[in-house]
Design a protein around this ligand. Sequence first.
Ligand code: C6P
Length: 406
Amino acid sequence: MKVYMDNNATTMTSPEVVEQMVPFFSEIYGNPNSLHKFGTQSRPALSRAIDQVYKAINASDKDDIVFTSCATESNNWVLQSVWIDKIVNGDKNHIVTTEVEHPSVLSTCKFLEEQGVKVTYLPVNEEGIVEAHTVKSFITEKTALVSIMWANNETGMIFPIKEIGEICKAKGVLFHTDGVQAVGKIPVDMQDVHVDFMSMSAHKFHGPKGIGALYIKDSQELTPMMHGGSQMGGRRSGTLNVPYIIGMGKAIEMATENIEEKMASISAKRNRLEDALLKVIPETFTVGKREHRTPNTILISIRGVEGEGMLWDLNKFDIGASTGSACASEDLEANTVMLAIGADHELAHTGIRLSLSRYTSDEEVDYVIEHFTEAVTRLRAISSSYAIVKPTKGGEAAECHIPAHH
Ligand code: C6P
């Protein structure tokens, strides 16, 4: 059996999505901006896709959706354009974000700091959530933008976006949220929150890779980063990626219809997996309360077991998991979110992210429980920082002790 449990990194593209995309490669391939039939032929499907995205997040106007190549582009666009609009050409000098944002926000903030922008990186509480009152206390007269993710990719923790939006509105500060790990996983309703900009990536909800969007409330002015042929109303130039936009539309529609039912089914499997691992493997904990998390995510820490070693063992069993963000997994650094919540370096190296999808089956959960436990037992037996007192017998968890200095 092969089990994919890294759905926060990316998801399988749904067969129904691929089916919708296929005709738009070699049959209906005209440029939608062309005036001939080859071009105009794709327009109804394009407009349906825009409808699907705007309905899925309950935006107020179709023009509030601009397609991009991915959330990294959307995040860069907002941060760099607000810098140009409000700091270079305005009287602000400050951006507020958090310590636990995705690198597409954090690296852009670092770049902006090099340009002279003041950036505040807000801390998170012991669950890994940035609290609304913390945001409030750091906004100043000079703040141009608050950029805070809706849900964290490593822990699944959901941030208080509604409260933060209210604070930003009251203070007259623009509010951007990276909605990548929220859209398609939990209800996202743009009429219920005060958010100026929200980034999305289709491949996180069973759409194709390489297509994303930026929601822009009331189509407000935002200096474009892509100048050219004035596609998307001049806000993002470049020939529209028709098949991928159509794929994103279908994927978001499928992910968000009956979302409460989907959430209940995924969280039941996630909870069963988490309960089993916590019960069978001693000295193990998971980050954050379940009710504060997206329904598919577990960040589990196993004392004495290096995350990379664990991934290697899981890989041998054909189980795909990660130690954190896929884009940071090659640098073998400690998990940044675990460090942010106060874990020491050794503990922050023990995090394993398991992220399920609506395609995860009960059999797959059983398979992971069995082989995860096996891998931990093997790795603890050879770990210098973890002494096994009593070896595993008849499927029972080993009794272990952690040296006093831990
Ligand atoms: N996180 C992960 O393993 P792109 O690559 O542009 O489609 O998405 C970037 C991105 C932005 N924000 C958040 C919250 C994300 O989780 C991601 C992608 C993956 O956690 C890959 S690094």
